[in-house]
Design a protein around this ligand. Structure first.
Ligand code: PEP
Length: 255
């Protein structure tokens, strides 16, 4: 099965009504030419802007997503946003377990797995992030760490695992300008692919994105790797021209 490549932007905590409008309009203007029908594009935006971006992207090929989701359906959880709420505002994707949330908010593998479950239950595709720190890589623990993180999600979600997207994001490559080499990334993607294959008969549906300083210059070689099905893009997703070039590279890699 050929998986359609997915390029998902992660705006993180950036944006304003004015800046978002300019960015989304510029992305939409170039999207048909960049993506063709061989690549999909999405932007995962701060929750308050979902409505704005949903309106701007209505009827276009640009999907919207959130950057986190509560494990709870409703109730006394001040500050939390449920999957059903995100869905009402058109979110097709929700990033879960981003390393910034694991690091700054103490999210555990079990919580990340529950967040993936909450998203799936509301019809939202979770983009499950896994990745090792520099210390873990240097200690030779990369495979063990990413397998442990993905195993928790497989354990909680069972056969629904075929409905997720995985993002391999080495923590040392996020926002640092240091990118995993295509070979380093491919090696981990192959491990994750094998793990998904062992867990599901429909694993061929699951896209495994690479994230970590992917940009217009390095996207093509990363996306040419056999097990890299797209990218999760932070900094470069805030510049329309760069984001479009990455989408075009995904489309070319799928040709
Ligand atoms: C990210 O935040 O998921 C990410 C990959 O960031 P950057 O592209 O800026 O490294």
């Amino acid at each position: 099965m050929t998986r359609k490549k997915l390029i998902a932007g992660n705006w993180k905590m950036n944006g304003s009504l004015e800046a978002n409008e300019a960015l989304v309009r510029a992305v939409l203007a170039g999207l048909p030419g960049a993506a063709g029908d061989r690549a999909e594009a999405a932007v995962c935006v701060p929750a308050p802007y979902l409505s704005q971006v949903q309106q701007l992207a209505k009827g276009t090929a640009l999907a919207t997503g959130a950057q986190d989701v509560s494990v709870h359906a409703s109730g006394a959880y001040t500050g939390e946003v449920s999957a059903a709420m995100l869905r009402e505002f058109g979110a097709r994707y929700a990033i879960v377990g981003h390393s910034e949330r694991r690091q700054y908010h103490g999210e555990t593998d079990a919580q990340v797995a529950d967040k993936a479950k909450a998203a799936l239950a509301a019809g939202i595709t979770p983009i499950v992030c896994v990745g090792e720190t520099l210390a873990e890589r240097e200690a030779g623990q990369t495979e063990a760490v990413v397998k442990r993180q993905l195993a928790a999600v497989i354990h909680v979600n069972g056969h629904c695992i075929s409905e997720i997207v995985v993002a391999y994001e080495p923590v040392w490559a996020i926002g640092t300008g240091k990118t995993a080499t295509p070979e380093q990334a491919q090696q981990v993607h192959a491990v994750l692919r094998a793990q998904l294959h062992a867990a599901s008969t429909h694993d061929d549906r699951v896209r495994i994105l690479y994230g970590g300083s992917m940009n217009a210059a390095n996207a093509a070689t990363l996306l040419a790797q056999p097990d890299i099905d797209g990218g999760l893009i932070g900094g470069a997703s805030l510049k329309a021209a760069d984001f479009l070039q990455i989408i075009a590279a995904a489309s070319a890699a799928a040709a």
